[in-house]
Design a protein around this ligand. Structure first.
Ligand SMILES: CC(C)(COP(=O)(O)OP(=O)(O)OC[C@H]1O[C@@H](n2cnc3c(N)ncnc32)[C@H](O)[C@@H]1OP(=O)(O)O)[C@@H](O)C(=O)NCCC(=O)NCCS
Length: 291
């Protein structure tokens, strides 16, 4: 049974009032999740306003990483440079803490995602995460050079500043390699990109200046040339990525190796893999003092 005209009008008015009362909350919720990265509606997925249908089959994963992180599309040369940095960091064998941890975790009855997270959580200031500080250091050298100092003096000033806090400069030295085999090919690609006007080359100059001062100071001692974090930091900085993303991008790259190792280990049937093979007795630990 339908109500009177008056009753219908009152019901409509009440509904409008309720809607108006809800609207600010809906707006607030929309604002809370406002993002320029992606927009999803029923039947539509846009990444930085580009429909996913346009990207599938035409954009490379590296191009999509660039698109999501900063918007826009890299040129073919920029994309190739970013890809080289990402390829270089994928794996460093089971002696790398991130890989070893993921392999051990994979044998402990947890999921592949948990094993990956275990390895990725180990990428820090001294292992795989130094690219972030290296970009900051190179940016500082570049800024001082821009004030009129030559590269060598600018590098020495910045190194003194960093080494007043830690003797280890980020992006230099390697426990395993006298010269990191990834250094030369990566820097070669940056040099080519500078020659072709793809990138400016200031961060490359800054990194080479730091390396040259270190070489001079450590003449006769164990050299500490640029490592993977340093060489990839040069690329990320030359391409204009902010410092924290140097770590983020390295994590993306290393995740590939972490996944491959965790997956392989999970198929080998070991349970609770430890740091030494079963039966090998580790050196006796000193007695605990005062406990
Ligand atoms: C990678 C790293 C942990 C390897 O360390 P290590 O081989 O155990 O180095 P040691 O602590 O034995 O140092 C050996 C010598 O090299 C020097 N050295 C090592 N790395 C150095 C660096 N990054 N900057 C300046 N000097 C460094 C040490 O001061 C030490 O000097 P000494 O011989 O006068 O005492 C170390 O080089 C480091 O912390 N680098 C910076 C962080 C980084 O880039 N990590 C990414 C690694 S891929």
């Amino acid at each position: 049974m339908t109500g009177s005209v008056d009753e219908t009008a009152e019901t409509a008015e009440a509904a409008e009032t309720a809607e108006a009362a809800e609207a600010p909350e809906a707006d607030e919720a929309a604002q809370w999740w406002a993002t320029a990265v992606s927009h999803v509606e029923p039947g539509s997925i846009e990444l930085r306003e580009r429909p996913i249908q346009q990207l599938i089959g035409s954009a490379s994963l590296v191009d999509v990483i660039w698109l999501l992180l900063r918007g826009g599309t890299p040129s073919a040369r920029e994309s190739a440079l970013l890809e080289a940095a990402l390829v270089a960091g994928v794996d460093h064998g089971p002696q790398a803490p991130s890989i070893a941890a993921a392999r051990m975790a994979a044998t402990c009855g947890i999921g592949l995602n948990n094993a990956m997270a275990t390895g990725i959580n180990m990428l820090g200031d001294s292992h795989g995460g130094a690219g972030q500080q290296c970009v900051e250091m190179l940016t500082d050298v570049r800024a001082r050079h821009a004030t009129g100092l030559d590269w060598d003096t600018a590098a020495q000033e910045v190194m003194a500043d960093w080494q007043s806090r830690s003797r280890y400069l980020p992006g230099f030295g390697h426990r395993f390699h006298p010269v990191d085999p990834r250094r030369d090919p990566l820097l070669g690609l940056v040099r080519d990109a500078v020659a072709d006007g793809v990138v400016a080359g200031d961060h490359l100059e800054a990194a080479l200046a730091v390396e040259s001062v270190l070489r001079r100071r450590r003449a006769g001692a164990r050299p500490v040339p640029m490592n993977i974090d340093g060489a990839t930091a040069v690329i990320y900085a030359e391409l204009g990525f902010p410092a924290p993303l140097a770590r983020g991008l390295f994590v993306l790259s290393r995740s590939v190796g972490v996944l491959a190792h965790a997956w392989e280990e999970s198929g080998q049937g070991r349970r609770n893999k430890g740091p030494v093979p079963r039966g090998v007795v580790p050196a006796r630990l000193p007695p605990v003092q005062g406990a």
